[in-house]
Design a protein around this ligand. Structure first.
Ligand code: BES
Ligand code: MN
Ligand code: ZN
Length: 513
């Protein structure tokens, strides 16, 4: 899908499908909806005025309404798209609105469409908050691109219903504004492209996307965008003494993959400049191993590599956005299977760091591969660590599916991530991992054990386990178990893999430091 920006008045633009945004300016809890269009064009306002007066359309976020042969404008159809409440309007609403516009066009077989950039009416109407132009343009580009895929790859009767081109129409006259918009558009296309790449990986079934295949696709992506990539398997894991990662992998016929991706800025940073380490859990299928999972819903465990996919996607965007900071991606990929050679409860393994781990439950495999991945990233020189993983069902119990878990050993790094997350329009909620929780992972047999000794606070036990392997290095842990897969379609996005964490990680990596 091609997204372009054009300086033209929307009312005089010929297109099969023109989308214009509307907000609800009603204030107070029980007030009737009062929708108004975000445009300064009288022709557009007039074309929509009759239907808006009926009260049929409330401008709720993602709500859409189509007018055929609208009077006084050149488009064949006018699509009015609700962005929700006008008060504290954010680019996140524009992202969802743009997505809703695209997803309204798709089933109608529309190939080309236009979107009227939401015009700043704050001067004429105090009830509407101003949208920052670059961030809004970026959010619109992201929303459009993220709305594009449907995960019907494996349906033999799938029809190609893709929208091929979207023109964003903006009347801005100032040069600086136009440059900002162009930049926002470029960023949005890059970031959403990377997020869609991550989603496409997560969507793949476990029989297709083995650790070897994940490595192959990652290496191909790296070659495309100019990242250095290395792929290793069992032999190298043995050399590195990655006993925890190896234990998880040993029950599968599929060899594990240790993937590293390296981004070097064009101008060499100082020797003591920070190096970011992005570590991902890449379990291509999680049966639970000998501590096998119940059959019900087990098929979803193909998405247990969503943390890895997030890091691979983030590295792709970083390669294209070219920040002046070194970034290394590390993916630990394996399949967790029960087998005659599989690791067992009661086994004691030695991680790369030298710590010994008593295995209590082979289904707590993610923290094991990450333990070695995080330690390895430190040996590669990383000064700041972030990891993402579909790590615990307990995190889903704690936070539901709207917020993913955020843990950190460093308040200022956590705050930096939270700033990035807000700009990216994603939701993570910080949970504690203070040292008083360490009791939960003490083992009688080894240094630590791989599950909590108590039943409660399972997401925290997992975080405490990871914390053992990062030492004093500032570190962020993202538990995305509840947010990596969406079972229900939204007006702005298909159901299936979400690509959660890609945008926040990219923003964190490329943002101020
Ligand atoms: N991949 C799962 C976590 C998970 C659960 C992701 C539900 C998505 C949805 C992880 O490997 C796992 O099995 N965790 C166990 C840990 C337990 C054995 C301590 C869990 O959460 O039940
Ligand atoms: Mn598991
Ligand atoms: Zn798992």
């Amino acid at each position: 899908m091609d997204i372009s920006l054009l300086a033209q008045d929307a009312a005089s633009f010929q297109t099969p499908f023109l989308a214009v945004f509307a907000v609800d300016i009603a204030t107070g809890e029980d007030a009737e909806a009062h929708p108004v269009l975000l445009t300064t064009s009288d022709a557009l306002t007039d074309a929509a005025s009759r239907v808006l007066a009926t009260g049929e359309f409330k401008a709720a976020l993602g709500e859409t309404l189509v007018l055929h042969a609208p009077a006084g404008i050149r488009a064949d159809r006018l699509l009015i798209v609700g962005l929700g409440r006008a008060k504290s309007l954010t680019p996140a609403q524009a992202r969802k609105g743009a997505g809703s516009a695209l997803r309204a066009a798709k089933p109608r077989g529309i190939r080309e469409m236009a979107v009227a950039f939401p015009e700043d009416r704050s001067l004429s109407d105090e009830s509407i908050d101003e949208l920052p132009c670059q961030a809004t343009m970026r959010a619109i580009a992201e929303g459009l691109a993220l709305a594009d895929p449907d995960y019907d790859t494996y349906k033999s009767d799938r029809k190609d219903k893709a929208v091929r081109a979207v023109t964003v129409l903006a009347r801005s006259t100032e040069r600086s504004t136009r440059a900002e918009m162009e930049e926002g558009l470029r960023e949005g296309v890059v970031i959403a492209g990377a997020q869609n790449f991550a989603r496409s990986l997560v969507n793949e079934p476990g029989n297709i996307l083995t650790p070897t295949e994940l490595a192959k696709r990652t290496a191909a992506m790296c070659a495309e965008v100019g990242l250095q990539c290395e792929v290793h398997s069992t032999k190298k894991l043995e050399e590195l003494k990655m006993g925890a990662f190896l234990a998880v992998a040993q029950g599968s016929e599929q060899p594990p993959a240790l993937i590293t991706m390296t981004y070097e800025p064009a101008t060499k940073p100082a020797a003591d400049a920070p190096i970011l380490g992005l570590v991902g859990k890449g379990i291509t299928f999680d049966t639970g191993g000998i501590s096998i999972k119940p059959a019900d819903g087990m098929e979803k465990m193909k998405y247990d590599m969503a943390g890895a996919a997030a890091m691979i996607g983030a590295m792709r965007a970083i390669a294209e956005l070219k920040p002046a900071i070194r970034v290394i991606g590390v993916v630990c990929s394996a399949e967790n299977m029960p087998d005659g050679r599989a690791y067992k409860p009661g086994d004691v393994v030695t991680a790369m760091s030298g710590k010994t781990i008593e295995i209590i439950n082979t289904d707590a495999e993610g923290r094991l591969v990450l333990a070695d991945g995080l330690h390895y990233a430190k040996t590669l020189g990383c000064t700041h660590l972030i990891n993402a993983a579909t790590l615990t069902g307990a995190c889903v119990v704690a936070l539901g599916i709207l917020n993913a878990g955020l843990f950190s050993n460093d308040d200022s790094e956590a705050a930096r991530f939270q700033d990035a997350m807000r700009r990216a329009g994603e939701q993570f909620w910080r949970l504690p991992c203070t040292d008083d929780y360490r009791e939960q992972i003490k083992s009688k047999i080894a240094d630590i054990m791989n599950t909590g000794g108590v039943r409660w606070g399972g997401a925290i036990s997992a975080a405490m386990f990871l914390k053992e392997f990062v030492g004093d290095t500032p570190w962020i842990h993202l538990d995305i178990a509840g947010c990596a897969w969406e079972d229900e379609a939204k007006a702005w996005i298909a159901k299936g893999p979400t690509g959660i964490a890609v945008r926040s990680i990219v923003e964190w990596a490329t943002g101020p430091r």
